[in-house]
Ligand binder design. Sequence first.
Ligand code: DGT
Ligand code: CA
Ligand code: CA
Ligand code: ZN
Length: 572
Amino acid sequence: MKNHEIAALFERIANVLELKGENTFRINSYRKAARVIGDLTGDIEDLARAEKLTDIPGIGEGTAEKIVEYINTGKMSKYEEVMKGVSEETVALMQIPGLGPKTVAMLNRELGIASLNDLEKALQEDKLQGLFGIGDKKIENIVKGIELFKTSQQRISIGMAYPVVKRIIEGLRHNPQIRDIQAAGSLRRMKETIGDIDILVSGTEGTEIIKSFVNMRGVTQILAAGDTKGSVRVEEGVQVDLRVVREDEFGAALQYFTGSKEHNIHLREIAKKKGLKISEYGIFKGDKKIGGQLEDDIYKILGMDWIPPELRENRGEIEAAQAGKLPKLIEISDIKGDLHNHSNWSDGIPTFEEMARHAMKMGYKYLVVSDHSKSLHVANGLKDDELLEEIEEIDKLNKKFKGFTLLKATEVDIKADGSLDFPDKILEKLDLVVASIHSGFKQGKEKITERMIAAIRNPYVNIIAHPTGRLISKREGYEVDLDKVIEACAETGTALEINCFYDRLDLNDINCRKAKETGAMISISTDAHHLDQMWMIELGVGIARRGWLEAKNVINTFPPDKLKAFCKKKRT
Ligand code: DGT
Ligand code: CA
Ligand code: CA
Ligand code: ZN
């Protein structure tokens, strides 16, 4: 798939044009193209072949031609034209959060900064102070931005890695030489970012298996190909290691390569105290192997329950397993619906009916339509009367369904003063209200906390969406006293969201666990704007499991009546 490559090219064209101080209309159209292409989950090459590129909203004839040129020749002449006279390293500077094209242009002009190296040196020598528009706060943001940039260069979101693993496992599964195949490492633990992908296989013909692995579709570089280990880079930019082990060692190897390192170190200490030894080959008493075909062997012989991979971070899970007190973690099959989704009435793509059909296919009992509210102009937020119309449409549509309901809702903006973007007399007509902050991120901790708590105290608000506002690759969240927010939620019967969108995953695992301990409920929702983003519920469930959550902590495991009762209770 070339989607991400092409999206990145358009983004770069937009950035370089802006760096050169060109006209904003064209810049915006390139940026829009980059966004819609990046969001596609279908293969852009298929669309090009079917001559359907211009069906994508935001893609005109000219853009389509550029895409076709790139697919056919591997080059885009527009890009090469735009890049004349600008160095790659200067362009790369604009990927640093907090450094837009205007600032980069100014730094280049005033200090001759043309690379990350130049910038870091200038920062060390305090050369940025006193430049136009650059205060202490801005400098602090640039330093933070460089840090974020460096980590995002090294690790990718689990949302990017997850489909890679699915593709590889699917592609190899039917290989007759393979007995068992499974992801290990941070991906199996569902960590929010992944350094590299580890896959484990059991089988006998190692060399043959590795050969088919390194020759798979999507591989861009072969780093190693031996008889037990292969290592490649794939087009998504991430490294994938595949190891082949013997069938009777698969469980021990899976345990070892799943990690985390800290979890494994703690286990090895326990083994040692019992006079045992564990390794990637098995569990041993002296020279005698006493287990290792199954992962369960290792934990059982060490005297504890098998520990779900998402808990293996050495955060108390080993003690809980020894005491037989592990939580019964939520599972994907517990999810009965998705509580935050956008339709074509605001900035989503699907119609209500398409959303409902897709939800039914996923086995859901309900789906929430929560379009944006009027203040959010960029997302085509609904005006009061449009929301009322939406309610009528959904009521009509619901009559067609059996055993399934579209729930009427909104994602209402929490405005700068803490008030909501719709009056209560409109909110009361809805089944459910999702509230969130999309503006005023810089108000400071106290103000933002007050603002959120004001929303939480509104009797119609049921869910606070993406509570910290962070974007994994782009920005830290706004400053907020999350402990206070969690307490207010627990007290009022308001749920906090795990937003499953791969770049958000907000709340994160640690905060979920805090919420559970304080008694606040959680909603796991995708915030999907396309039908093909609804699968990301799997990522959210992974985060929930890392946060020790059980089905009873999560409101969208409730059957429809219980969910309605949860929402109603706050109003009475
Ligand atoms: P990542 O790739 O940074 O997202 O994180 P992991 O956890 O996937 O780490 P990785 O790929 O370096 O190694 C995979 C697993 O293999 C790791 O979780 C535990 C195990 N492992 C690798 N090297 C060592 C080691 O030196 N000592 C121990 N105890 N375990 C190791
Ligand atoms: Ca790894
Ligand atoms: Ca690895
Ligand atoms: Zn949303």
